[in-house]
Ligand binder design. Structure first.
Ligand SMILES: [Zn+2]
Length: 279
């Protein structure tokens, strides 16, 4: 029997990092999402399909950025966009990162409802670090389907397993089938009409707003001179992805700036970054 003299939480470096992050950014954590009565998950209908992004997921922050892009196009007010951007920044600052892994077969339903996310012990919200920044996308959000599709595209592009990508596309389809839609921050949730057989119908508002196109074309951009040029477009083969990655390690083709080594951290500081655009 050993005596545990380590203060609670000190064993987990994420706890310390989370405290620092909390002091800098007022973000919504997995615990907040589960416990706050007015959280996105807690306000969703019990049977509403949901997709929860967690900070550990390598492509989560860019997916939240895409949500902001889509929501802004639909007219979501600035305060809601600012809240999303806070989640995005907190996600970027989160220490632990990895590619999303497929859920073992049979462990969880592919399409998770708000009820499952709230209650299932293996849901994203219940398996994330309690302080981990999260962003919940619910089917009634008018941009839900395209944002989940974007996540699937980015996950695939970054090497996630096909099963994980397929599962996300399945969720996107379930969200498309949920017809009670609203623009976040502009419209209230509409109760779904009850059909004559007593079941909930899929009524509500169907928005015919313009659906923005996904950004699929990759540019490199020089952080020194702002030069940019196209380096890839779909289909992204293994070879193309490898060549884009290699290009990014090098110098700027326009101003000649070269990557440097940061003495303090020992990390290479690139001069080239990638940006995705529509065309
Ligand atoms: Zn340059």
């Amino acid at each position: 029997m050993t005596t545990d003299t380590v203060p609670a939480g000190a064993k987990d470096p994420l706890d310390a990092a989370a405290r620092e992050l909390r002091a800098r950014i007022r973000y919504v954590s997995a615990r907040d999402e589960l416990t706050a009565p007015d959280s996105t998950i807690n306000k969703a209908a019990a049977d509403e399909p949901v997709f929860v992004l967690r900070a550990r997921d390598l492509v989560a922050s860019m997916t939240v950025e895409y949500w902001e892009f889509c929501a802004r196009n639909r007219g979501t007010p600035d305060d809601k966009l600012e809240r999303a951007d806070r989640q995005r920044r907190a996600m970027e600052a989160w220490l632990e990162k990895r590619l999303p892994q497929p859920t073992p077969a049979g462990e969880m339903p592919t399409v998770r409802t708000a009820h499952v996310e709230r209650n299932h012990p293996h849901s994203v919200l219940r398996s994330a670090h309690p302080e981990e920044p999260v962003f919940a996308i619910v089917a009634s959000d008018s941009v839900a389907q395209e944002v989940v599709e974007f996540w699937a595209f980015m996950a695939e592009r970054n090497g996630a397993k096909p099963a994980k990508v397929d599962a996300a596309l399945h969720v996107a389809r379930a969200m498309a089938a949920w017809t009670s839609k609203r623009v976040v921050g502009l419209q209230e949730r509409k109760p779904r009409p009850v059909l004559s057989d007593g079941s909930a119908g899929g009524g509500g508002v169907v928005l015919s707003a313009h659906r923005p196109r996904h950004r699929m074309v990759t540019l490199i951009r020089c952080l020194a001179c702002d030069h940019s040029e196209k380096v890839g477009e779909p289909p992204y083969s293994e070879d193309l992805l490898a060549s884009i990655a290699e290009t990014c390690e090098g110098g700027c083709p326009s101003c000649g700036a070269q990557p440097t080594m940061d003495e303090a951290t020992g990390l290479a500081r690139r001069v080239l970054t990638t940006v995705m655009v529509e065309e």
